[in-house]
Write a protein that binds this ligand. Structure first.
Ligand SMILES: *[C@@H]1O[C@H](CO)[C@@H](O)[C@H](O)[C@H]1NC(C)=O
Ligand SMILES: *[C@@H]1O[C@H](CO)[C@@H](O)[C@H](O)[C@H]1NC(C)=O
Ligand SMILES: *[C@@H]1O[C@H](CO)[C@@H](O)[C@H](O)[C@H]1NC(C)=O
Length: 380
């Protein structure tokens, strides 16, 4: 659907919704499941902190996020009037009273057959995140009974059924196949299995009481400098906005299957509100309109070192080298991250994330087109 058309329909529906004047859902908590696009420090808690200059714009120190500042999930938490989500895996000074973040960088829906040290894909796949969540649900209630500080650091029971459950995962399941030198056709072949495992987890969370689901589809991987730099792409495969079409085709295929799965979930989970959010179109339109929106070249990486896109896979953002016994930062930040879309060739800058949030918050990219704050109202 053309963006203008989509917008008109959304505006009409939003007007309809406001006629019924539905109240905000006042979500008391968010439980998030994802990869590095929404990791607020999970992988850092296990495998070591992300390196500077990550975090420089907003937190002013590395804050577990692969970005100069806030991620989309941070803007979502802010938008709902909640604090930032603490990573479930972070054992230090964590406050889970308003939810927990199970996102970890490099994670996939399916279990991988490689270790993180071989491939970079993490062992904390979606099924593991679910086990962590399930354990958290049970044990947090036992711990709350200890009183004092414990009572305030863990959510009350009712928050689990009133919470918003957000998902942004699947991108790494696609790139993992390419990393194994699979062809696009081979990657497509396993997509239904990936979606089926995704669906199983949503059902499991529903069985534990989750009711409001906010599911991001996957972004255009063919527009990532990481893919464009490390994969063989012919001139004929480059689309009108400079992205690698076959790789975006795989994302679109995944999204089509995901959308079908969401429609099926709505039939099966009678009390759930399942919203499908078209992050693909948000990211693609950001890249397509980069200049108009005040960004520079959408493929020029802010934090990197050399190469066509200021991206070198062997010297990613924060890479250092030893010079005369001293560690020198070589893959450093650009002067003005707010003018860039790509932070490190894989992840987005805070400025890009902020713009994306402005696009999704009112429901313009959601199916059904409900605003984030009203995501609990959809039935069946
Ligand atoms: C935990 O976060 C909540 C906000 O979500 C805040 O009200 C509360 O004071 C925090 N508790 C502690 C002990 O920091
Ligand atoms: C891992 O290996 C098993 C057994 O060969 C296979 O069935 C499965 O699809 C593999 N998983 C991935 C993510 O490649
Ligand atoms: C994929 O191909 C590259 C380049 O030929 C090679 O270096 C790499 O080892 C291959 N990876 C796998 C998992 O076969």
């Amino acid at each position: 659907m053309a963006p203008v058309c989509r917008l008109l329909i959304s505006v009409t529906l939003l007007l309809l919704i406001s006629t019924f004047s539905l109240p905000d859902c006042n979500f008391p908590a968010v439980f998030n499941f994802g990869d590095s696009n929404s990791d607020t420090g999970g992988l850092s808690a296990v495998f070591g902190q992300v390196h500077p200059p990550n975090g420089e714009t907003f937190f002013h120190f590395p804050a577990g996020r692969n970005s100069d500042g806030r991620l989309l999930i941070d803007f979502i938490a802010e938008g709902l009037g909640l604090g930032y989500l603490s990573p479930f895996l972070d054992s230090m000074g964590t406050n889970f009273s308003h939810g927990a973040n199970y996102a970890t960088s490099g994670s996939t829906i399916r279990r991988q057959n490689t270790t993180i040290f071989q491939s970079g894909y993490s062992p904390i796949s979606l099924d593991v995140k679910y086990v962590q969540f399930s354990d958290f649900l049970t044990r947090s209630q036992i711990i709350r009974q200890k009183g004092d500080v414990f009572k305030n650091l863990f959510p009350k029971k009712y928050k689990f059924s009133s919470a918003l459950y957000t998902f942004d995962i699947g991108q790494n399941d696609l790139t993992a196949g390419y990393k194994l030198n699979m062809t696009t056709e081979q990657v497509k072949l396993y997509v239904p299995d990936v979606i089926s495992q995704f669906t199983t987890i949503i059902k499991n969370v529903y069985d534990l009481g989750g009711r409001a689901f906010w599911i991001h589809n996957t972004g255009p991987v063919g527009c990532l400098p990481y893919i464009m730099d490390t994969r063989l792409i012919t001139a004929a495969q480059v689309d009108q906005h400079g992205c690698a079409a076959p790789f975006n085709g795989v994302s679109q295929y995944f999204n089509q299957k995901l959308k079908e799965a969401v429609i099926q979930l709505r039939k099966e989970l009678h009390s759930a509100a399942v919203t499908y959010v078209d992050i693909y179109s948000v990211k693609y339109s950001l890249i397509a309109q980069a200049k108009k929106l005040g960004f520079s070249d959408p493929f020029l990486v802010c934090c990197g070192h050399g190469g066509k896109y200021n991206f070198n896979n062997a010297k990613r953002c924060g890479s250092t080298k030893m010079v005369n016994g001293k560690e020198i930062l070589i893959a450093k930040s650009c002067e003005d991250p707010s003018s860039r879309i790509s932070w490190d060739g894989i992840h987005f800058t805070e400025a890009a994330n902020k713009w994306m949030y402005s696009q999704i918050a009112d429901g313009a990219f959601s199916d059904p087109p409900f605003p984030l704050k009203m995501d609990c109202h959809r039935k069946k």
